[in-house]
Structures are given as C-alpha cells and as structure tokens.
Design a protein around this ligand. Structure first.
Ligand code: T4K
Length: 366
C-alpha cells in the first residue's frame, strides 16, 4: 500500500453515527446549531483560549480575522513569512493588503524577529507570523516589537493545534490565532477552522463576517460573507477531540523512531524540540545537505517515490517565488529560499506503523 505524507485521523463509523444521530431528529444541519455550540465550548477548554469563533475552513477564518481586527486600510502592509502554505499570503492579498516578506530562522523555520523592525513602515498594520510545522514563533520578541510599534499580531497557527508554550495554549498569544481543522491536520473536522482571540468585541464582528452581517431577522448590519461550520463537521470535531491524546501519542512514537534512526546522520538536520513547548508532532521535516549526506532532497524524494512512499516538499517553492507573487515582490529572503530547496516532510500520521518508518529510513539511508 502507498504511504502518503499523512492520513486523516478518524473516529469509528459507529461513534460518528452516534454523534450525528440528533441531526436526523432535529433536522438542524447548520447555522450555529447545538452541536456547533457544544463543539465550540469544548474547544475553548481544550485549547486553553479565552474566546473562539468557528469557521468553514482555516483560510476563511484568517481572511475574516484580518477584517475583524480592522486591518483593511488602503495601502496597508502586513509583515509575514514566505515559508508557509500559500493560504497565509492569499489571506493578506485577498484583503487588498500588501504582504511584506520577512526571512526566517534557520533552526526552527519561523519568522526571524531580528529582521522584522527593518521592514516596518508607516503603512504597516500588522505582523502575521506562522507557527510552521507546529514550531512556535518567538512569541515574546514578536509581542515586544508589536507593542513598541502599536501593531496587531495574528498568528497562523494552522499547524499548531494543541501545542502549548510554557503551559499555555498557543492560541492565547497575539491578538488572534488561526487554527486549521483540514483533513490533513493533526486534528480535523473534515474541513474547518477557528480564530482564537482575547478581545470579546471580535466575537460579534467574526459572527457577522461569517454570516452575511445578519443581525436578528430584520436587519443586516454589515456586508459579511458565508463561512459557517456545519453540524456534521462539528460532530466530526467532537469525535476527533476525544481522540487527541491517542493521536498525539501515536505521532510522538513515529517522530521518536525517525529521530532514533536519522538523528546522528551527518548532513541531515532534524526538527529540534523547542524549549518549554509541548509539540503536536504535526510534521516531520528533514533538511538534506547533499555536500555532507551525499544525496539531495530531490534525490531522496525520488527514491522514496519509486518505493511508493510520498513525502512532500512542504513548502517549496517559498511563497514569494510562486508565479502569482514572484513578479510583484522581492525574493530577498535567502534563508527561506535555502530551506525550501533542501527540506522534505516525511510521512507522519496516527496509523503509520513503526515498521513502515523503518522502511522509509532504510530508503533514505540506503
Ligand atoms: N495556513 C497554513 C500554514 C496551512 O498549512 C494551511 C493549510 C492553511 C493556512 C489553510 O487552512 P485550510 O483552509 O486548509 O483549513 C494540504 C491541505 O489542503 C491544506 O489544508 C494544508 N494547509 C496544506 C499544507 O496541505 P495539499 O494540496 O498538500 O493536500 P493533498 O490533497 O495533497 O493531501 C496530502 C495528503 O494527505 C494526501 O496525500 C493524503 C492525505 N489526505 C488528504 C486528504 C485531502 C488524507 O488522508 N485525507 C484527505 O481527505 O494541501
């Protein structure tokens, strides 16, 4: 059987049927129904955040968070990272804001705070860093810079579900954090996402944005869109939330086995555990230095593919090198370029057998 980079975690069919049974009695399928509300309450507790708003997916959550925080000013600039999934940058651009790309750190691939201040101009409205692979950004340094320049901070925490830093839920940092519940994520609702935040006033704004701006049955206050999470997906979320410990424990075992097999090999740079961070083992990135290891990232990718093993080049090319952005913005982020051309994310998911991890390592080392 092929081994893909990930495989969605799922509850048993029976458990999901039990969770959706009430929908077949009530016929309430969507529009913030009872399952949605229960799921939202449980998530607030699980993630350790003060407020949360659920969305149809992570991307729409991020687009609408930018709007709810009042950042859509003409000519506004948002400092962000090019080493991410393209959704991060699209969310900025689709709000008619200009992404300003800040380079990353070579050790954990998150935005380098030492390079942020040189990019701040009078047009800067926010900083939008990404906890890429579930690696936590330097939240303290970023907060300090943002405070000094009166800028908002929105974290793209699409990869960081359930991650804690110094015992606090990662969604508790910054002005807002976006989580993705896509099928390929550590935690999924099939498609889905959320915004976590502190400022209670964002709750009403996010609600309006995702529900046409409707206020009661007889008025519409603003020009919102439609980005509601439905009851079937919320039910999937309730089931998968119960399975999080099992799921993360299984991922940890896979990660530990990779580290055991690949940790001491010259020319391979693994993702180092971060201090004070409880990881969710979302991805297993390996940086290949051909000069030392003997094989390039692309050669290893091709050898794995021949064996029906599909690792992924997340995130190659860097976003500022993609067709839709490269002619508009400079490619002056050398570390992001270097990392994106040398890194491969190996298969990691709950059901991946340790024998398969060994097989993958044998191909890499062979
Ligand atoms: N910000 C960041 C940093 C993100 O990474 C993402 C999403 C977002 C924002 C936006 O959040 P969402 O709007 O998606 O909630 C995937 C996902 O579609 C995307 O959600 C994710 N990031 C991105 C990193 O990866 P692809 O095109 O690589 O997925 P695909 O279809 O090739 O699937 C990869 C593997 O996953 C497959 O080989 C098999 C497995 N899989 C896939 C699907 C669709 C499953 O096991 N079940 C499934 O249902 O984009």
């Amino acid at each position: 059987m092929s081994i893909m980079v990930t495989r969605s975690s799922m509850p048993s069919l029976e458990e999901y049927i039990e969770e959706i049974r009430p929908i077949f009695e009530s016929h309430i399928l969507t529009n913030m129904g009872p399952i949605y509300k229960r799921f939202q309450r449980q998530l607030v507790e699980y993630l350790g955040v003060s407020e949360l708003s659920l969305f149809v997916n992570g991307h729409m959550a991020l687009e609408m968070a930018i709007q709810a925080l009042g950042l859509c000013r003409e000519g506004g600039e948002v400092i962000t990272t090019p080493f991410t999934f393209v959704s991060t940058t699209h969310a900025i651009s689709r709000n008619d804001l200009k992404p300003v790309f800040c380079d990353i750190k070579p050790d954990d691939y998150t935005m380098d705070p030492a390079k942020i201040e040189a990019l701040i101009t009078e047009k800067t409205v926010a900083i939008l860093p990404v906890h890429v692979y579930g690696n936590i950004c330097d939240v303290e340094a970023i907060e300090e810079i943002a405070k000094r320049h009166s800028l908002k901070v929105i974290y793209d925490a699409a990869h960081a579900f359930g991650v804690t830093y110094k015992g606090k839920g990662i969604g508790d940092f910054g002005d807002a954090s976006m989580f993705s519940f896509h099928a390929t994520k550590v935690f999924n609702t099939i498609e889905g996402g959320a915004i976590a935040f502190h400022n209670i006033s964002y709750q009403d704004q996010l609600h309006e944005l995702k529900n046409f701006g409707i206020h009661g049955q007889e008025d519409v206050l603003s020009i919102g869109g439609n980005a509601k999470l439905d009851e079937f997906r919320a039910a999937m979320g309730l089931c998968n939330l119960r399975r999080m410990k099992v799921c993360i424990d299984a991922r940890r075992k896979v990660a530990d086995r990779y580290t055991e097999r690949l940790g001491a090999i010259p020319g391979l740079r693994l993702n180092r555990p971060q201090k004070d961070v409880a990881s969710n083992y979302a991805y297993y990135p390996v940086y290949f230095d051909k000069n030392v290891f003997g094989k390039s990232r692309d050669e290893v990718f091709a050898e794995l593919k021949k064996q029906d093993i599909y690792a992924r080049k997340y995130f190659y090319p860097a976003v500022n090198e993609l067709s839709c952005y490269r002619d508009k913005y400079p490619q002056n982020t050398p570390i992001a370029h270097d990392v994106s051309t040398h890194i491969l994310t190996l298969p990691i998911y709950e059901e991946l057998a340790l024998e398969d991890v060994d097989r993958i390592c044998d191909v890499i080392l062979g």
